[in-house]
Design a binder for this molecule. Structure first.
Ligand code: PMV
Length: 349
């Protein structure tokens, strides 16, 4: 158990239907991407990443402790969760129970405002919300670093959604416990940098290849992966300098090249992983056209066909209109930087 994961002794509270802890977390979009795990069991990323937490599409999760002997239950958007989804949530709750030295069964109720598994960062908001709600339910007090480290065990990108605004996630060093301890996110304070992120939702279907399987295949078979990981280190140094200067054009250029490079590693995997659809390309074309027209707009994509466009807030409506024109069947959302994961009032113990 990490030293900063100190269980708080459980009180005599009788668990009941009104004793749930509810947390809200928002998705984040990486400007410098993480792709590839160096320890799959501990979910330790191969590379550092840097993201912006959004102010839209939150996940709300309530964890309620139940009397001993009851089965664990998980609902997702009101229906019982099954298969891999349920397994990942229960495995995460098991981790919290182990840290807390408790064994109470749970009811986990989670609602996503974002389509799940469509490359819209639902696992980031999902596991950040679960980390906050489950630790509160089991009276496990963790500092923000330990909470981020814990959220990472659910999904590496979730480590960043613990924080609002911009966050840097360390790939960490060493192996085993050393790797686990050294891999967590921390906030990057940038009070004056407040861009918009226009989200082109071209598809809400769950992706055909999970990010977990896709990144494993990329690391194992793509001849481009190492080159991208190395260039990502330079991208991170460059983007941090550009962020400090508040230079949105430079931030955008680095963001776009880092994401396109990540997708190039996937296209070179054997067999190839391709998340781009014709609608993705249409949005990317519209972003290029915006730049030709003098609008500073820069695209990034995750493990799915949807495109996120970084731009100054005053250009967001124009960017949204251009993107809408490119994919008339899609939907477009405008986000700004958002808050970190938090317990809802009344849920504190
Ligand atoms: O956290 P996961 O396993 O859902 O991986 C997602 C990784 C990317 O979204 C593609 C990049 C990132 O850093 O968020």
């Amino acid at each position: 158990m990490p030293l900063d994961a100190v269980p708080v002794p459980a009180g005599p509270r009788e668990p009941g239907p009104d004793s749930g802890s509810t947390a809200v977390a928002h998705p984040n979009i990486a400007l410098i991407k993480y792709w590839g795990k160096r320890d799959e069991e501990l979910v330790v990323p191969c590379v550092d990443s840097l993201s912006m937490t959004l102010d839209i599409l939150p996940t709300t999760t309530t964890v309620t402790l139940c009397p001993q002997g009851r089965p664990d239950r998980v609902t997702f958007d009101g229906s019982p969760a099954e298969g891999e989804r349920r397994h990942r949530i229960i495995a995460f709750v098991d981790l919290v129970r182990e840290l807390a030295g408790r064994s109470d069964p749970v009811l986990v109720e989670t609602r996503n405002a974002v389509p799940t598994g469509a490359g819209l960062a639902s696992s980031a908001s999902g596991f950040a919300a679960l980390a906050v709600a489950a630790t509160a339910a089991y009276s496990l007090r963790l500092d923000p670093t330990a909470l981020s480290r814990l959220a990472r065990r659910g999904s590496a990108s979730a480590a960043r959604s613990v924080f609002g605004g911009f966050a840097l996630c360390h790939a960490g060093h060493g192996v085993g416990a050393a790797a686990d301890l050294s891999s967590y996110a921390e906030p990057v304070p940038l009070p004056d940098f407040d861009p918009a992120m226009v989200i082109a939702v071209v598809s809400t279907s769950a992706k055909a290849v999970s990010s977990r399987a896709a990144m494993r295949r990329t690391v194992e078979t793509s001849p481009l992966y190492r080159a991208w990981a190395a260039s990502g280190r330079a991208d991170l140094t460059d983007i941090r300098a550009a962020l400090r200067r508040g230079d949105l054009a430079a931030v955008g250029e680095i963001t776009e090249r880092n994401a396109l490079g990540m997708h190039a590693t996937m296209l070179a995997a054997r067999p190839a992983v391709r998340y781009f659809s014709p609608a993705t390309m249409a949005v990317l074309d519209s972003v290029l056209q915006l730049r030709r027209d003098g609008v500073p707009a820069y695209a990034t994509m995750d493990a799915g066909p949807n495109v996120k466009v970084l731009c100054p807030p005053e250009a967001a409506d124009r960017v949204a209109e251009a993107v809408r024109g490119a994919v008339p069947d899609g939907s477009v959302l405008i986000a700004r930087r958002g808050p970190g994961a938090r317990l809802l009032p009344g849920a504190e113990r």
